[in-house]
Write a protein that binds this ligand. Structure first.
Ligand SMILES: NC(=O)c1ccc[n+]([C@@H]2O[C@H](COP(=O)([O-])OP(=O)(O)OC[C@H]3O[C@@H](n4cnc5c(N)ncnc54)[C@H](OP(=O)(O)O)[C@@H]3O)[C@@H](O)[C@H]2O)c1
Length: 221
């Protein structure tokens, strides 16, 4: 398979790259910052592409002619919990997180969907924090709002790309130990990626537009 992953230089994105290279797939790993971890994985099935999804500029480097799977993983949390409280959240922080976490995946899909044949798959990495139904603890305005908006954007993609045979899922990776969670979290990257890749392998078991957690359960939204 030919697979493109955004935000691939660390955390969950790097985990996806490792997983699919080990499976023998060909991977386009997109990064904003070159942290050195990707070059260490160098092989003839790994292509590195600089792509800041927070701008309209598009990727620097060659895109594949055809793509079987796109994983929109790049994301930011924004200010810490206190900085995203009702008292402290700023319009600038709301806009910055929305730009990367919601508009980012949209930009990437606008650029790539014509390279995706019938039977291909788009996975947008969301978060349970973006589930309205799951929000019992409040706060975290910027991240929650951007990830909630990503769910509806994914759903529109699912409808609009159905005629082309492109399947779309939103995924929740679990609470994962990465830089984003300051290495807190309940599970490690390998466990999260193992779960999500199993979901992706049987993606057609879920209607296009579904929101699915790493353990295969549906996330209400
Ligand atoms: N960790 C969790 O518990 C958790 C839970 C739910 C959802 N998620 C979601 O899972 C995804 C990956 O999170 P993570 O935990 O692996 O976070 P992470 O360790 O902070 O990594 C985030 C990745 O996104 C990239 N990125 C950020 N802004 C970008 C931009 N404008 N353009 C391109 N790449 C950009 C980062 O690149 P740089 O190195 O250049 O910053 C980095 O590669 C995110 O969408 C996150 O919201 C994570």
């Amino acid at each position: 398979m030919k697979i493109l992953v955004t935000g691939a230089n660390r955390g969950i994105g790097l985990g996806f790259v490792r997983h699919y290279l080990q499976q023998g797939d060909e991977v386009w790993a997109c990064y904003r910052t070159n942290s050195g971890a990707l070059p260490e994985l160098a092989c003839d099935r790994l292509h590195l592409l600089r792509w800041d999804v927070g701008t309209d500029q598009g990727p620097e480097g060659e895109l594949p002619d055809q793509l079987d799977m796109l994983i929109n993983n790049a994301g930011i949390y924004g200010p810490d919990k206190r900085g995203q409280s009702l008292q402290q959240i700023s319009s600038a922080a709301m806009q910055e997180v929305f730009n990367v976490d919601c508009i980012g995946p949209l930009r990437v899909v606008q650029r790539l969907h014509r390279h995706m044949p019938a039977g291909s798959l788009i996975a947008n990495i969301g978060s349970k924090m973006g589930s309205v139904a799951d929000n019992r603890s409040g706060g975290t305005y910027a991240y929650r709002a951007a990830k909630a908006a990503l769910v509806i954007v994914s759903r529109s993609m699912a409808v609009d790309l159905a005629a082309d045979g492109i399947h779309v899922l939103t995924l929740h990776p679990g609470w994962v130990s990465t830089d984003m969670t300051r290495h807190g979290g309940l599970i490690d990257v390998a466990t999260s990626v193992a779960g999500m890749t199993q979901v992706l392998a049987r993606c057609r078991d879920y209607p296009s537009g579904s929101f699915v957690a790493f353990d295969g359960s549906l996330v209400p939204f």
